[in-house]
Design a protein around this ligand. Sequence first.
Ligand code: MN
Ligand code: MN
Length: 307
Amino acid sequence: MTKELVFGHKNPDTDAVVAAISYSYFMNQQGFDTEAVALGEPNEETKFVFDKFNCEFPRIIETADTDAVMLVDHNEAQQSVDNIKDVEVTHVVDHHRIANFETANPLVYHAEPLGCTSTIIWKLFNQEKIEIPAEIAGLMMSAIISDTLLLKSPTTTNEDKAALESLAKTAGIDFESYGLEMLKAGTNLASKSAKELVEIDAKTFDMNGHKVRIDQVNTVDIEETLERQSEFEAAIKEEMTSENENLFILLITNILTSDTKAIIIGDDESIATFEKTFNTKIENNIAFLPGVVSRKKQVVPQLNENF
Ligand code: MN
Ligand code: MN
């Protein structure tokens, strides 16, 4: 069997990297020859997780050097390796919308609207009765905590909760206290430049011909983060010019209160679309989005619909 790479999206979050590792392990147990890789450096939260469970961060690539690949935690081409159109995708495990994706041949595609790709992979392990090693269980529980903000995000399902409880047992960890510590480790914004912060979790979307970029940072104090607003805006404008983007949204989410304030910059049409979508007025480039914590569920579909 020829070797295949397994990877999550660019600007990886904890789920993107962990899902690659756990799915690669899962496939190798069944006789496949796969290697988990990452499409970028770990963020602060992911570093914390890998330190905690004493795991080595995977090799980082930009283009795939195998003929066939498996995608986890994404499917859209612009979020994948640069040469995605030149390689064969044989497997996908994902919990996002399906867009900008097609294959020449039949493939294995596990898609479920759950809170985390790692929850889908946990179900696959159970289905095939394959045991999850303790350190991989620790990584997977961290991914679920990350994607669901400790089960508080509206994307959370009962299956995510069941998976988290079961994985925490396997890993021997109290997930409540560990989870809070882990999320806080990911909010260490002060040590990063504005440019780093707007790139760290960037995702771009094609919305009816408009190039829309939505970034998200987590904090425990939105107002303190906004003290750097002008610095953020300069970094955003620079990115928009070089990437030719129509609309740029930086979501600043308080993980303790589950609210978001967003910095929004864009052309007139895009700004109007944003204001209509969220029934809000952008003032001084800022909109308050109470109760919004999930980009995937509370921002992307609504905006896409209005574009
Ligand atoms: Mn992700
Ligand atoms: Mn995910």
